[in-house]
Design a protein around this ligand. Structure first.
Ligand code: BTN
Length: 268
């Protein structure tokens, strides 16, 4: 069982004093964290589950959530976010990538907006969801999934060849409590910088360093309709986290939502 006291013993937060809830099994930690925000119990609540029965990924996909992974959602109330919702996923992506790098020395990169990659294989992902009540924004839930102690043979066949895990990269089990606490500390320290500088410039620069997308040829899916897709080259990121792409015909596009896939140079 994931030990909440062990997580607490590794916490070194400066800005947040989160309530940490550990569940053995739940539907989706994002759903539980959303309920916590709606019931207004605390400004920052972290929900961690050992197993999710209906883990949710981006673009309405499911997120494979067997024992051994990190399934964590952080509910943050609006007063702490100050309107910067679009950047929450970017912030969490940078924080999680740097936590995995610092603890385990793995070279984690980000595919826009916040897929965590090791050698172009997905090791984790972020699903950030806006929470509203009566039409008013009351906060954000940042859902973080990391394939930590999940062997490749235990991944569904469709994920093999495109995903990896920390145990697969290192060859041994690692502590879920330590990684969960490191991610929370890492998010907290980025909020600390945001409050100190009143800007997300540091996050955007960090993303540009960790990002593997800029400079790549990409196939772009701005919506779920494959008819809208096109190929281009990612040339930069704006201060709001949107991606700048130059299409093959020279037209410049700003992508605020959707998905990109990295292409090898020879791919059409
Ligand atoms: C992605 O598709 O890349 C995002 C995956 C996000 C998965 C996490 S696991 C914890 C939280 N609860 C969920 O149901 N989803 C997120």
């Amino acid at each position: 069982m994931v030990d909440p006291l062990l997580i607490a013993s590794h916490l070194e937060t400066k800005r947040f004093n989160p309530e940490v809830i550990v569940l053995e099994k739940t539907y989706s930690t994002n759903a539980v964290a959303k309920d916590q925000l709606l019931s207004c119990t605390s400004s920052v609540t972290v929900v961690i589950a050992e197993i999710q029965e209906h883990g949710k990924g981006r673009h309405d996909r499911s997120w494979h959530s067997p024992r051994g992974g990190i399934f964590m959602s952080i509910a943050i109330s609006e007063d702490l976010i100050k309107g910067n919702h679009p950047l929450m996923g970017i912030l969490a992506g940078c924080a999680t990538a740097s936590a995995i790098r610092d603890l385990f020395g793995l070279s984690v990169h980000l595919k826009w907006p916040n897929d965590l990659l090791v050698n172009e294989l997905k090791i984790g992902g972020i699903l950030s969801e806006l929470v509203t009540k009566g039409g008013e924004i009351i906060g954000v839930v940042i859902g973080i999934g990391v394939n930590q102690n999940i062997a490749i043979k235990d991944l569904p066949t469709e994920l093999r060849g495109i995903s990896t895990s920390i145990i697969n990269e290192l060859g041994h089990n690692t502590s879920v409590e330590q990684l969960a606490a490191k991610i929370i500390n890492s998010i907290d320290s980025r909020f600390d910088t945001f409050y100190a500088e009143s800007s997300f410039n540091a996050i955007i620069s960090e993303w540009k360093q960790l990002g593997a997308t800029i400079g790549k040829r990409v196939s772009v899916y701005p919506s779920s309709k494959s008819d809208d897709s096109f190929v281009g080259t990612a040339i930069g990121m704006n201060d709001d986290g949107s991606l700048l792409i130059i299409k093959e015909d020279g037209e410049q596009i700003t992508l605020t939502a959707g998905e990109v896939f990295h292409l090898r140079n020879e791919e059409k």
